[in-house]
Design a protein around this ligand. Structure first.
Ligand code: ADP
Length: 421
């Protein structure tokens, strides 16, 4: 343009035009630089201003780069949110620690287990918040190889809560603390150990007695009369019968525990079942008690004949075994207006203290161990009854008063009861 002016006009005019052009260009650059500076001060995501010439190209490049950065940020934020959601959904407690053991993040389970606040406790040292000495020692131990055994912590804060705590190093000197609730596992383990100890104890006593008699007979040679031999052998037989009953009950219990449904789903004729339970009860009592039956409305019970028979006769035989001679035992069946039904065994026996009632269906729980053994009990009868009733969706209700008698009632829901014509 200036060269054209020089050709057409004179040098001064051309110089003046050149100055104006340069000034315009300078102003254009300054204006765009100011717009860029103003844009840079805006929050991320503010649209890049448009322009012309080289500035249009620069702004287009900037716009593409900020869009890419924005998309990367959104992707990162989405991944972080998903990662937090996944950690939040974990049933275990998760705490992320910085290299100085301050809390960077924790999920709700961890906050619940340790009584922490998932927002206000961030940034604080974990050992100043969880002060249980075992935990503090565990967190202060060196774990260079990252292979520390988990710590089993019996919480002082929440009664009965047991946690398995594990430190897991990751990244650069960062750590994750995992806390798993093992209360239920520990309880099961203890129950298993108690059960094995109980079974061993129950078998050991009669076995010792049998061994004793056999040794006595072997050592005694010919010095025992035939009567003595008979007596010792029959006492040994009593003990081996006891062991046999125990093993039978254990097998019954284990087969009942194998599933949650009755072995069969047949319509069981309740009146026939009651007749056979009454007969067995009379045989067991041998005329020592007054035994009566109110067979109520004829009905069928949907379930397993064998299991229902076992449950009903266990309740009736307990009534015989825990009722002194001369007492009364009443068996009762009834269908209610709502279609549910009850089988009850009422006795005028020794009764049970209120403090024992909640535990009677535990395996090997006995109020009076001596009396249970004398009458051939295994301590498993009511546990078997409870399992059978649970498999039939029935409830066991126990009412009793020491010295006055007891009433054990099995309640069946209308779904299982079908009145017979
Ligand atoms: P056991 O073989 O010892 O009788 P059970 O499981 O049948 O075992 O019963 C558990 C305990 O419940 C018994 O040891 C006894 O103390 C108590 N019990 C059960 N039935 C009666 C009852 N009808 N009267 C009094 N006590 C009972």
């Amino acid at each position: 343009m200036a060269a054209l002016c020089w050709a057409v006009f004179d040098l001064d005019t051309a110089a003046a035009v050149l100055c104006v052009l340069l000034l315009g260009l300078l102003l254009h650059h300054l204006r765009n630089m100011a717009r860029m500076a103003a844009w840079a001060r805006q929050p991320l995501g503010t649209p890049v201003p448009g322009s012309i010439g080289v500035w249009d190209y620069i702004f287009a490049c900037l716009s593409r780069r900020t869009r890419d950065a924005q998309e990367r940020r959104e992707l990162l934020a989405r991944n972080l949110a998903r990662f937090r959601e996944a950690n939040q959904a974990m049933p275990d407690g998760v705490i992320y620690l910085s290299q100085h053991h301050t809390i960077e993040w924790m999920n709700a389970a961890a906050a619940g287990y340790f009584g922490l606040n998932a927002e206000t406790d961030l940034g604080r040292a974990i050992t100043t918040l969880i002060r249980e000495p075992d935990f503090v020692r565990y967190m202060q131990a060196d774990d260079d190889a990252g292979q520390m055994e988990p710590l089993i912590l019996h919480s002082q804060r929440q009664d009965g809560l047991s946690l398995a705590i594990q430190r897991i190093p990751f990244g650069e000197n960062l750590e994750m603390v995992l806390a798993r609730d093992i209360t239920q596992l520990e309880r099961l383990d203890m129950m298993r150990r108690d059960f094995v100890a109980n079974v061993s104890h129950e078998l050991k006593t009669p076995l010792t007695v049998v061994n004793g008699f056999v040794e006595t007979l072997l050592d005694g040679g010919d010095e025992f009369s035939l009567d003595d031999r008979q007596r010792y052998l029959s006492l040994a037989l009593d003990q081996s019968t006891r062991m046999q009953h125990l093993i039978e009950d254990l097998l019954t219990l284990s087969s009942l525990q194998a599933g949650s449904e009755p072995a069969e789903e047949d319509p069981v004729d309740v009146q026939a079942l009651l007749g056979s339970v009454l007969h067995e009860t009379r045989v067991l009592s041998g005329g020592r008690h007054q035994i009566s039956l109110d067979a109520g409305t004829p009905a069928s019970l949907l379930g397993s004949q064998k299991e229902l028979h076992s449950a009903f006769s266990n309740l009736a035989s307990n009534a015989v075994r825990y009722t002194p001679d001369g007492g009364s035992i009443h068996l009762r069946w009834g269908v209610k207006a709502d279609g549910s039904a009850e089988f009850a065994v009422e006795d005028s026996g020794i009764g049970i203290g209120a403090e024992h009632i909640g535990r009677l269906t535990e395996r090997f729980y006995r109020v009076d161990r001596g009396r249970s053994r004398e009458t051939g009990g295994t301590g498993l009868g009511l546990a078997i009854v409870k399992h059978i009733l649970t498999r039939h969706q029935a409830q066991l209700d126990i009412r009793s008063e020491p010295g006055k008698g007891s009433c054990f009632t099995a309640r069946f829901s209308p779904k299982r009861v079908h009145p017979r014509a």
